[in-house]
Design a protein. Sequence first.
Length: 179
Amino acid sequence: MDILGVLWIDASEVAGAIATALGLLGAVAIAVFYGRKATAQVTGEAYVADGAVLLSARPSVSAVGLFRLKLGDHDAATIRVTEMIHIEGGLRDGRHWDAEAVFGGSFVDGGETLLTTVVFPLGALPAEVVGWRVSFGVTVQRWPSGRQWSWADQVFGPRPTGTLGAGKEDGHGEGIVDD
Protein backbone atom coordinates (compact mmCIF):
# COMPACT_ATOMS: atom_id res chain seq x y z
CA MET A 1 0.00 0.00 0.00
CA ASP A 2 1.34 3.40 -0.82
CA ILE A 3 1.94 6.16 1.72
CA LEU A 4 -1.06 8.19 0.53
CA GLY A 5 -3.43 5.29 1.25
CA VAL A 6 -2.03 4.88 4.75
CA LEU A 7 -2.41 8.60 5.46
CA TRP A 8 -5.98 8.49 4.17
CA ILE A 9 -6.87 5.62 6.54
CA ASP A 10 -5.19 7.39 9.47
CA ALA A 11 -7.06 10.63 8.71
CA SER A 12 -10.36 8.73 8.50
CA GLU A 13 -9.73 7.06 11.86
CA VAL A 14 -8.87 10.41 13.49
CA ALA A 15 -12.00 12.02 12.04
CA GLY A 16 -14.11 9.12 13.34
CA ALA A 17 -12.57 9.41 16.81
CA ILE A 18 -13.23 13.17 16.87
CA ALA A 19 -16.85 12.67 15.77
CA THR A 20 -17.35 10.01 18.44
CA ALA A 21 -15.88 12.25 21.15
CA LEU A 22 -18.06 15.20 20.08
CA GLY A 23 -21.14 12.95 20.03
CA LEU A 24 -20.36 11.70 23.52
CA LEU A 25 -19.85 15.25 24.81
CA GLY A 26 -23.15 16.28 23.23
CA ALA A 27 -24.98 13.38 24.85
CA VAL A 28 -23.50 14.23 28.24
CA ALA A 29 -24.51 17.90 27.81
CA ILE A 30 -28.08 16.92 26.91
CA ALA A 31 -28.28 14.55 29.89
CA VAL A 32 -27.01 17.22 32.28
CA PHE A 33 -29.24 20.03 31.01
CA TYR A 34 -32.39 18.07 30.15
CA GLY A 35 -32.07 14.84 32.12
CA ARG A 36 -34.32 15.80 35.03
CA LYS A 37 -37.47 17.21 33.55
CA ALA A 38 -40.97 16.51 34.76
CA THR A 39 -44.59 17.49 34.43
CA ALA A 40 -47.02 18.05 37.28
CA GLN A 41 -50.78 17.70 36.91
CA VAL A 42 -53.75 17.79 39.26
CA THR A 43 -57.46 17.10 38.99
CA GLY A 44 -60.12 17.84 41.57
CA GLU A 45 -63.73 16.80 42.00
CA ALA A 46 -66.15 17.70 44.78
CA TYR A 47 -68.90 15.51 46.22
CA VAL A 48 -71.61 16.17 48.79
CA ALA A 49 -72.18 13.42 51.36
CA ASP A 50 -74.55 13.84 54.33
CA GLY A 51 -74.57 17.63 53.91
CA ALA A 52 -70.76 17.97 53.89
CA VAL A 53 -68.41 18.49 50.94
CA LEU A 54 -65.55 16.12 50.17
CA LEU A 55 -63.02 17.14 47.53
CA SER A 56 -60.91 14.47 45.88
CA ALA A 57 -57.61 15.84 44.53
CA ARG A 58 -55.52 13.61 42.23
CA PRO A 59 -51.96 14.94 41.79
CA SER A 60 -49.44 13.28 39.50
CA VAL A 61 -45.76 13.78 38.65
CA SER A 62 -44.29 12.37 35.45
CA ALA A 63 -40.50 12.23 35.02
CA VAL A 64 -39.57 12.98 31.42
CA GLY A 65 -35.77 12.89 31.59
CA LEU A 66 -33.16 10.22 32.08
CA PHE A 67 -32.62 10.50 35.82
CA ARG A 68 -34.63 9.72 38.93
CA LEU A 69 -36.43 12.63 40.63
CA LYS A 70 -36.35 12.41 44.43
CA LEU A 71 -39.16 14.22 46.23
CA GLY A 72 -38.45 15.54 49.71
CA ASP A 73 -40.26 14.44 52.84
CA HIS A 74 -41.89 17.71 53.89
CA ASP A 75 -42.82 20.50 51.48
CA ALA A 76 -41.64 19.01 48.19
CA ALA A 77 -45.18 18.18 46.98
CA THR A 78 -48.07 20.29 48.27
CA ILE A 79 -51.75 20.71 47.46
CA ARG A 80 -53.87 23.73 48.35
CA VAL A 81 -57.65 23.78 47.98
CA THR A 82 -59.13 27.30 47.99
CA GLU A 83 -62.81 28.22 48.01
CA MET A 84 -63.90 30.46 45.15
CA ILE A 85 -66.65 32.79 46.38
CA HIS A 86 -68.91 34.76 44.05
CA ILE A 87 -69.21 38.42 44.97
CA GLU A 88 -70.62 41.36 43.08
CA GLY A 89 -68.15 42.11 40.33
CA GLY A 90 -66.25 38.83 40.34
CA LEU A 91 -64.70 36.10 42.44
CA ARG A 92 -62.57 36.15 45.58
CA ASP A 93 -60.67 33.53 47.53
CA GLY A 94 -62.29 32.09 50.63
CA ARG A 95 -61.01 29.52 53.11
CA HIS A 96 -58.18 27.19 52.14
CA TRP A 97 -56.93 23.74 53.12
CA ASP A 98 -53.38 22.44 52.67
CA ALA A 99 -51.79 19.01 52.33
CA GLU A 100 -48.00 18.72 52.53
CA ALA A 101 -45.66 15.82 51.86
CA VAL A 102 -48.20 14.43 49.42
CA PHE A 103 -45.78 11.82 48.07
CA GLY A 104 -43.75 11.54 51.30
CA GLY A 105 -40.16 11.19 50.09
CA SER A 106 -40.94 9.08 47.02
CA PHE A 107 -39.05 9.09 43.75
CA VAL A 108 -40.02 8.96 40.09
CA ASP A 109 -37.77 7.28 37.53
CA GLY A 110 -37.51 8.60 33.99
CA GLY A 111 -40.59 7.67 31.96
CA GLU A 112 -42.71 6.87 35.03
CA THR A 113 -45.70 8.63 36.59
CA LEU A 114 -46.39 8.88 40.31
CA LEU A 115 -50.10 9.31 41.14
CA THR A 116 -52.05 9.53 44.39
CA THR A 117 -55.38 10.73 45.80
CA VAL A 118 -55.85 13.17 48.66
CA VAL A 119 -59.36 13.66 50.10
CA PHE A 120 -60.19 16.98 51.77
CA PRO A 121 -63.23 17.13 54.09
CA LEU A 122 -64.42 20.72 53.48
CA GLY A 123 -67.47 20.80 55.76
CA ALA A 124 -70.80 22.41 54.95
CA LEU A 125 -71.37 23.91 51.51
CA PRO A 126 -71.91 27.70 51.81
CA ALA A 127 -74.34 29.19 49.29
CA GLU A 128 -71.82 31.73 47.93
CA VAL A 129 -69.17 29.10 47.03
CA VAL A 130 -69.12 28.41 43.28
CA GLY A 131 -66.25 25.90 43.41
CA TRP A 132 -62.66 25.30 44.49
CA ARG A 133 -59.26 26.03 42.99
CA VAL A 134 -56.98 23.03 43.47
CA SER A 135 -53.28 23.96 43.24
CA PHE A 136 -50.44 21.45 43.17
CA GLY A 137 -46.72 22.19 43.36
CA VAL A 138 -43.63 19.95 43.27
CA THR A 139 -40.01 20.87 44.04
CA VAL A 140 -36.97 18.61 43.67
CA GLN A 141 -33.33 19.17 44.61
CA ARG A 142 -30.71 19.04 41.88
CA TRP A 143 -27.64 17.04 42.70
CA PRO A 144 -24.82 18.01 43.27
CA SER A 145 -25.51 21.76 42.96
CA GLY A 146 -28.36 21.84 45.51
CA ARG A 147 -30.42 24.08 43.21
CA GLN A 148 -34.14 23.35 42.95
CA TRP A 149 -36.53 22.68 40.09
CA SER A 150 -40.24 23.33 40.50
CA TRP A 151 -43.37 22.39 38.57
CA ALA A 152 -46.98 23.35 39.28
CA ASP A 153 -50.53 22.96 38.03
CA GLN A 154 -53.97 24.09 39.12
CA VAL A 155 -57.53 23.30 38.18
CA PHE A 156 -61.01 24.55 39.05
CA GLY A 157 -63.51 22.11 40.57
CA PRO A 158 -67.10 23.37 40.24
CA ARG A 159 -69.76 23.17 42.93
CA PRO A 160 -71.40 19.72 42.87
CA THR A 161 -75.04 19.45 41.88
CA GLY A 162 -75.93 16.21 43.66
CA THR A 163 -75.34 14.23 46.83
CA LEU A 164 -73.51 11.01 47.60
CA GLY A 165 -74.96 8.20 49.65
CA ALA A 166 -78.57 8.44 48.51
CA GLY A 167 -80.53 6.19 46.23
CA LYS A 168 -80.65 2.75 47.89
CA GLU A 169 -83.15 1.51 50.44
CA ASP A 170 -80.55 -0.12 52.72
CA GLY A 171 -78.78 3.23 53.30
CA HIS A 172 -75.65 2.24 51.39
CA GLY A 173 -76.14 4.38 48.32
CA GLU A 174 -73.80 4.62 45.37
CA GLY A 175 -73.05 7.37 42.92
CA ILE A 176 -74.39 10.89 42.75
CA VAL A 177 -78.10 11.57 42.85
CA ASP A 178 -79.31 14.97 41.63
CA ASP A 179 -81.21 17.02 44.18
